[in-house]
Design a protein around this ligand. Sequence first.
Ligand code: 5GP
Length: 141
Amino acid sequence: MADYDPGNIFAKILRGEIPSHRVYEDDAVIAFMDVMPQGIGHTLVVPKAPSRNILDADPATLGPLFAAAQKLAAAVKKAFNADGVTLMQFNESASGQTVYHLHVHVIPRFDGVPLKPHSGQMEKPEVLAENAGKIRAALRN
Ligand code: 5GP
């Protein structure tokens, strides 16, 4: 497996070098909107600690990461009045991973509505901003 590359896009987002629609931050984790959402409210939960994926992650990273993913799952369900929530996490290209900094996908789900393709169409920034606002509001309440 390749080494962690600090030039990956999520490392740049973590360092504030490129913008994101951020919805959550704590000591260990940030969460922001996926720019090519597979459904309304598709959020990415990203640990601040560097690793390519779960295969090289420090186990100490995983507790805070999944605690945050749980918070985000509840928040997106509430924000979009969803019927359920899908969490996904990919490891290496054979599994579908495209960005090599560990992350968990949190996607609100609605009865009978399939997911859109992975890394499909870019969403409009104003839509991402509006959806981020709904998730932040759900996290406050
Ligand atoms: P992976 O395939 O690595 O599990 O998922 C990477 C995700 O990151 C994809 O769902 C893709 O849409 C998303 N993504 C790719 N580039 C960017 C970006 O620059 N900003 C944000 N917010 N999401 C991105």
